[in-house]
Design a protein around this ligand. Structure first.
Ligand SMILES: Cc1ncc(C[n+]2csc(CCOP(=O)(O)OP(=O)(O)O)c2C)c(N)n1
Length: 323
């Protein structure tokens, strides 16, 4: 692997982490309203997946969408703007934290309805197959979503029709306060793939290289016309489910255990251990990315009062598909 690849992997994970840290700060300062779902701790699964995708492969993320959106290439300025409700946002300020579609970066955006993006990803895959386009679509969802009928129906139909879709399950061990071990009848969610005649693997979702390799393999399988593939990335969200969650349902020991599995720290230790980067290079990349994300946030904040007028908003909502 080239040094540039490792650099990209670190850069994407740092951008995602700093984006979440800044978002939390802005919420606490009362500058962003509504709610938000942070994905601190899940950066390896976001970066590993997006590094493996071609530019024209589509993703359909979940309510916890910031990291995937950053890693797929969206401009953090437009993402912060979206959360400020400004017209410079990805949905011109009408969507907020959970709704960040970005057609230019092949990201359909997400919905607050758990599991609802999965059939949409299957729809994109169906379009690809019918049109003879050799791209994949990725349905991203959490462990909680795997108990929803829409996920099972999507897996079944895409397998029957051999559609180019990657089912990417981020198992962060909880659906709100419900532990996946209490809510899901099997130990490895990826075992469900067998019921729908598709390959299913579980990977260390805190190891960016492992996620990347698994996604590369899955995407080759998919693009060779073999139908869907299922990846379960085992990870942990270090923050609460949403901003009001005090995490009373889990222990300090559990959180400490996962803190030492931090995907960024572990990747940096790997880069240093292999002699791929020096300590100074890593600190410089961290500094550069933090400054970049903070600058995007500040610029978005300085223009936060630019809003669509009610007439513009209506015209945008009811615009044709080219809008
Ligand atoms: C259909 C539906 N049911 C319930 C909710 C409330 N809800 C929001 S997020 C969430 C947990 C989802 O857990 P998971 O799919 O594991 O994703 P995570 O939040 O862990 O990323 C629930 C139950 C919802 N938004 N939609």
């Amino acid at each position: 692997m080239e040094k540039a690849f490792y650099h990209d992997a670190l850069r994407l994970m740092l951008d995602s982490r700093y984006f979440e840290e800044k978002t939390e700060e802005l919420f606490k300062a009362g500058l962003i309203h509504g709610t938000t779902h942070l994905a601190n701790g899940q950066e390896a699964s976001q970066a590993g997946l997006c590094l493996a995708l071609d530019k024209e492969d589509w993703i359909v993320p979940t309510h916890r969408c910031h990291g995937f959106t950053v890693c797929k290439g969206s401009d953090p300025f437009a993402m912060f703007s979206e959360m400020f409700g400004s017209s410079h946002g990805l949905a011109k300020g009408l969507g907020g934290s959970m709704h960040m579609p970005d057609k230019a970066h092949c990201n359909l955006g997400s919905s607050a309805v758990v599991g609802s993006g999965v059939p949409l990803a299957v729809g994109i895959a169906w379009y690809f197959k019918r049109s003879g386009i050799n791209n994949a679509s990725v349905a991203i969802f959490g462990d909680g979503a795997t108990s929803r009928g829409s996920v099972h129906e999507s897996m079944n139909l895409s397998s029957v029709w051999k559609l180019p879709v990657l089912f990417f399950c981020e198992n962060n061990l909880y659906g709100m306060s419900a532990s996946s071990s209490d809510m899901i009848s099997i130990k490895r969610i990826s075992d469900r793939a067998a019921s729908y005649s598709m390959p299913g693997v579980t990977v260390d979702g805190n190891n960016v290289l492992e996620v990347y390799e698994a996604c590369k393999k899955a995407l080759s399988h998919i693009k060779e016309g073999n139908g869907p593939y299922f990846i379960e990335a085992l990870t942990y969200r270090t923050k609460g489910h949403s901003k009001s969650d005090r995490r009373l349902y889990r222990t300090a020991e559990e959180e400490a255990f996962w803190a030492q599995k931090d995907p960024i720290l572990n990747f940096e230790t790997f880069l240093l251990g292999e002699g791929l980067f020096t300590e100074e290079e890593i600190r410089n990349i961290e500094k550069e990315r933090k400054e970049y994300i903070n600058e995007c946030a500040e610029r978005a904040l300085s223009m936060a009062s630019d809003r669509l007028t009610p007439e513009e908003a209506m015209a945008f909502v009811y615009a044709g598909e080219e809008a």
